[in-house]
Design a protein around this ligand. Structure first.
Ligand SMILES: Cc1cc2nc3c(=O)[nH]c(=O)nc-3n(C[C@H](O)[C@H](O)[C@H](O)COP(=O)(O)O)c2cc1C
Length: 223
């Protein structure tokens, strides 16, 4: 591996979805650096469809309060449909990473209350001091979403390069009407996800595992 690819690989290895944060804040200049690096990703026609709503502490508190009001699944009304089903290998992978998390935090099979309490931590942003909400223009459709996905990944990597941990959270998009109302997001944009970020609480059990990746042969085909 070349030294540059090694550096990138190391960064990719260092990033993980963090679900327990310290209260310590990240300086605004570093947050701006993260966003400025992330925006260098490619987008179709260089449309740069992402908009990043960064929450000040009072806004974060208010959004957390409103999102936490109901943990009822029937309450979910995302702007963009959530996956219809996970079948086959996708179901297996989803189950493995779900159990990694549950095992780490002590949620046992059949413990619905424990599972729902863990789910509810999404609406508290896992204690992260900072939250960015990512939206895309409805007009740009699936390709706008694709470009925003690239931005979200780059954001998490740029953050990791500064020692800042993060987690993309589609869970909050399930309550898009609340997010839209609290953050004053226009009807012309779709709420995609939040990125919660800050410094990892390395002692938090939810941060004690790392997810796996498939072997090359499972997803690469030379034709
Ligand atoms: C678009 C997107 C949405 C996600 N939404 C959530 C979420 O709502 N809650 C959560 O706990 N993790 C969420 N995750 C984190 C994934 O579960 C995580 O990326 C995956 O299990 C791989 O683990 P890793 O990020 O630690 O490598 C999301 C990740 C992505 C990319």
């Amino acid at each position: 591996m070349s030294p540059k690819l090694k550096n990138l690989n190391e960064l990719m290895d260092n990033r993980f979805s963090c679900r327990g944060f310290l209260k310590k804040e990240v300086e605004q200049k570093f947050i701006e650096q993260i966003v400025q690096v992330a925006q260098k990703v490619p987008s179709w026609c260089n449309s740069q469809p992402w908009e990043v709503t960064l929450l000040r502490p009072e806004t974060r508190r208010l959004l957390c309060e409103k999102l936490s009001l109901s943990s009822d699944q029937a309450f979910e009304t995302p702007d963009i449909d959530f996956p219809k089903r996970y079948a086959g290998v996708y179901k297996t992978r989803r189950s493995i990473c779900g159990w990694q998390l549950y095992n780490a935090v002590g949620v046992e099979k059949g413990d619905r209350k424990g599972a729902s309490q863990q789910m509810a931590k999404n609406y508290e942003f896992f204690g992260a001091p900072h939250v960015a909400v990512i939206t895309t223009p409805k007009d740009l459709g699936a390709y706008g979403v694709l470009d925003c996905g690239a931005f979200i990944t780059a954001f998490t990597l740029a953050a990791a390069a500064l020692g800042v941990s993060s987690i993309p959270q589609a869970a909050i998009a399930g309550r898009a009407p609340i997010v839209r109302e609290v953050l004053n997001i226009g009807e012309d944009r779709d709420v995609l996800c939040a990125i919660s970020f800050g410094f990892a609480d390395t002692d938090h059990p939810a941060n004690s595992f790392r997810t796996e990746r498939a072997d090359l042969a499972e997803f690469v085909e030379w034709v």
